[in-house]
Design a protein around this ligand. Structure first.
Ligand code: IVH
Length: 682
């Protein structure tokens, strides 16, 4: 069945509705459930078709259409709106004793015999918002403001992909009105990238992801907000009309999820203060591994009726408490500012500081990014500064809080010559760079560290200090030398003993057999991060092919643009790099290249399958893999695009759908026959 045939039979209105339903479902699967069913291209096709249809038939356009997220004109100011219910804040402390007292207070308050059950979530460090849905449609969004009134930022919130413009009704009908509360935030990766972009453009970076999120929400032009990578978690129902069957926080959460709103991760229940304390410790331990900032945990009473009995003060509820983490920001003194040369040759001013513990980690160095940042902060040796760290991110100097007593007339300047190799430095935009890429010892040490880093060859024990030592002792003059090291040579180095020397040599040996994507990433090719390295590896499946690829061939890889192509080509054409690569691949490194697709190319190219019910010869996922390996697509829902629904034992509703839509169905035998016909081995 062809799509065009389908379109001819379906009215444009029906098709528009169908597309919106599909797109909404895929948005939900992607942003909320984190398990997309279709590729980006397939999604784009659906989206494009809807855009076209709405252009042809403007009368069909609805405000909640997925195409209408961005589009509003810039505002002059945000109107003030009253919240549907006060947006209270949380009582909080960093002290365990306070948390235990809170637990006791609540137990006294709810009365003898009443059960106290805590629902615990991370305390998300973002910007609090209210979302109002009427008849399931997002009609208003507001900032918290003073808790009673906030700013109406509906147009901006609509641009956040994880915010549904219309609530799902598949599993639970949304009430006529529901106002929910959540936290808008920016993940650390996108936050770093945004700051980098702002600095490149000569603009002021954001001090932290929370400010970046709050700043993005307060842009008068929704297009600017749309360009900022915002995300949301929704954790509470503020007010509602006609909502039934929700008596506990657990049910609140279930309802929110059913409506397609993303709720906080890591929710845990506890029955005691000990439980809260343990949860706090657990989340604190994994705080640095999260992709977003959290600044504590929240414990909320599960029973909503008991909450009502306890009530609230003018500022916070008596039934919830935030047990906060130690701050990520601390004050310390800058002892010295020194230039540091990274693997790409960029010379960064680094503040060496009096060691200070920040959020559980001792910090004594912080990056000042570039010389413009040093001037912007007006930081001098001897100043007292506020230092912050977030996730894996390198600590940063946020501001000077007290000027040192020394002479301040002379601000720090980067040297004229490279502190590592003496080559004259050059300016590239806001950055200062050592152009001696191949012989500068500092750059080589940086390359070694990157080559051995976790996402690259993952060589345990090859840290910064060791790399510097290997280079300064001239045991490593280029990357390939790493694989020639012998324990005896290392043992002679300061800080090494027999065991640590053997361990490092073993680790290098183990890492020498590595996946193509890791190797590619480890080379430190300009613009090639882990994602691009993976895409290149999967597309070409061969290092030699990548190395020899033309610009056109490289641009065939999705997400690789002209700028990257240029960087990649230049890297592989550079004679020194070619020499090093030849050496590395001359028996020192063995690459594991992704397996080729099934023989005979892609005999099922262009077909879309849906599997339902149990098959005899394969599991459903094996069947899916098989057709995908041969160029077809396998989706989990029947749509206008489906060519065949393969029906096994006890099929689900997909069979009915297939019949309704007139899609071809195949039983297992028919499926095998189709495979045989196309020369695919089943
Ligand atoms: S519950 C009044 N849960 O923390 C009860 N708040 O002052 C409603 N926050 O601005 C709040 N994560 O926006 C709750 N999982 C979470 C939260 C959370 C972050 C924010 C909230 C408020 C601040 C506490």
């Amino acid at each position: 069945m062809s799509t065009s045939g389908k379109k001819a039979r379906t009215s444009p209105r029906k098709r528009a509705e169908e597309l919106r339903r599909e797109i909404r479902r895929h948005d939900y699967l992607y942003y909320v459930e984190n398990r997309p069913e279709i590729s980006d291209e397939e999604y784009d096709d659906l989206f494009r078709e809807l855009v076209e249809l709405e252009k042809e038939h403007p009368e069909l356009l609805t405000d909640d259409s997925p195409t209408q997220r961005v589009g509003a004109e810039p505002l002059d100011a945000f109107p003030t709106v009253q919240h549907t219910a006060p947006m209270l804040s949380l009582d909080s402390s960093r002290e365990e004793a306070d948390v235990r007292r809170f637990d006791e207070r609540v137990r006294d308050g709810v009365g003898e015999g009443a059960e106290v059950r805590w629902v615990m979530e991370p305390k998300l460090d973002g910007a609090s918002v209210e979302l109002v849905y009427e008849d399931g449609i997002l009609t208003r969004a507001a900032t918290r403001g003073d808790g009673r009134k906030g700013e109406r930022i509906t147009e901006n919130v609509r641009t956040i992909p994880a915010v549904p413009l219309r609530l799902r009704e598949e599993d639970r009908t949304p009430p006529p009105m529901v106002a929910v509360r959540g936290e808008v935030l920016m993940r650390l990766g996108p936050f770093e990238a945004l700051n980098e972009q702002l600095m490149q453009a000569g603009k002021e970076p954001f001090a932290n992801p929370r400010n970046a999120a709050a700043g993005a929400l307060r842009q008068l032009d929704p297009k600017v907000t749309a360009s900022r990578p915002l995300d949301i978690f929704v954790y509470d129902i503020l007010a509602s009309e006609g909502l039934e069957g929700v008596d506990t926080q657990t049910e609140v959460r279930r309802a929110l999820s059913a409506w397609g709103l993303r709720t906080p991760e890591f929710e845990v229940l506890a029955e005691s203060a000990d439980g809260i304390v343990a949860y706090h410790a657990d989340l604190m331990a994994c705080r640095d591994d999260l992709e977003y900032e959290i600044d504590g945990v929240v414990a909320k009473l599960d029973d909503l009726a008991a909450r009502d009995r306890l009530g609230s003060t003018s500022r916070h509820p008596r039934w919830a408490y935030a047990f906060k983490f130690p701050p990520r920001k601390e004050l310390t003194r800058v002892l010295k500012i020194v230039p540091s040369v990274g693997r790409t040759g960029v010379v960064t001013p680094v503040a060496m500081m009096r060691p200070v513990e920040i959020g559980g980690v001792t910090v004594s160095r912080a990056s000042l990014h570039n010389i413009e940042q040093v001037h912007r902060l007006d930081v001098h040796e001897g100043d007292t500064v506020r230092v912050q760290r977030a996730g894996d991110v390198i600590p940063q100097v946020v501001e000077v809080v007290e000027k040192g007593s020394g002479k301040r007339e002379k601000p720090f300047e980067l040297p004229e010559r490279c502190p590592s190799c003496g080559t004259e430095l050059i300016r590239r935009g806001p950055y200062t760079v050592c152009p001696n890429s191949f012989e500068c010892p500092a750059q080589l040490a940086g390359r070694l560290v990157h080559f051995g880093s976790r996402d690259a060859l993952d060589i345990e024990g090859l840290g910064e200090e060791t790399a510097r030592l290997l280079v300064s002792e001239e045991l490593v003059r280029e990357l390939p030398d790493l694989f020639e090291l012998e324990p005896g040579q290392l043992e002679a180095l300061e800080g090494f003993a027999e065991k640590s020397a053997t361990n490092l040599v073993d680790a290098i040996g183990k890492a020498s057999k590595t996946e193509l994507r890791r190797f590619l990433y480890g080379l430190g090719i300009p613009e090639v991060g882990t994602a691009v390295a993976r895409d290149l590896a999967e597309h070409f499946r061969s290092f030699e092919k990548i190395r020899g690829a033309s610009e056109e061939e490289l641009e065939e890889v999705e997400g690789i643009g002209p700028k990257m192509t240029e960087g990649i080509r230049a890297f592989f054409q550079e004679p020194h790099n070619r020499h090093i690569l030849d050496h590395l691949l001359d028996g020192r490194v063995t690459l594991i290249e992704p397996a080729a697709p099934a023989e005979g190319g892609r005999p099922l190219e262009g077909l879309t399958f849906v599997f339902t019910g149990g098959l005899e010869r394969f599991s459903r996922s094996q069947a899916k893999e098989l057709v995908e390996a041969n160029g077809a697509r396998a989706t989990s829902s029947v749509s206008g695009e489906t060519d065949y629904v393969v029906v096994g034992e006890d099929p689900g509703s997909k069979l009915d759908e297939a019949r309704e839509r007139g899609v071809n169905t195949l039983d297992e035998e028919g499926f095998l026959a189709l495979l045989a016909e196309r020369g695919v081995e089943g």
